[in-house]
Design a protein around this ligand. Structure first.
Ligand SMILES: [Zn+2]
Length: 85
């Protein structure tokens, strides 16, 4: 996913701008892994393999998202508290 594409995304719930925290990029600056955060409703949307996960709450499962965060901590030494804070 390209940076300028991500810049056009907004929170699906309140349409506010999202803040991007990059975890991993490829050589062409495409975002491979990251977190989009909405400051207004405090939701976090992970970007996994270049795809933002922006499903409604009822389709989201922390059991599915937690392994992603665990993998980032292991592979990229990221601090999940900083990502989600
Ligand atoms: Zn929001």
């Amino acid at each position: 996913m390209k940076l300028n594409t991500i810049a056009k995304l907004c929170c699906p719930f309140d349409k506010h701008d999202l803040q991007l925290k990059v975890v991993a990029q490829d050589v062409e600056q495409n975002i491979i892994e990251g977190i989009l955060s909405c400051k207004t409703c405090k939701r976090n949307y992970p970007i996994v393999y270049g795809v933002p996960i922006m499903a409604p709450d009822e389709y989201r499962q922390s059991a599915l998202e937690q392994p992603i965060l665990d993998r980032w901590v292991k592979d990229y030494q990221v601090d999940p508290a900083k990502l989600l804070g």
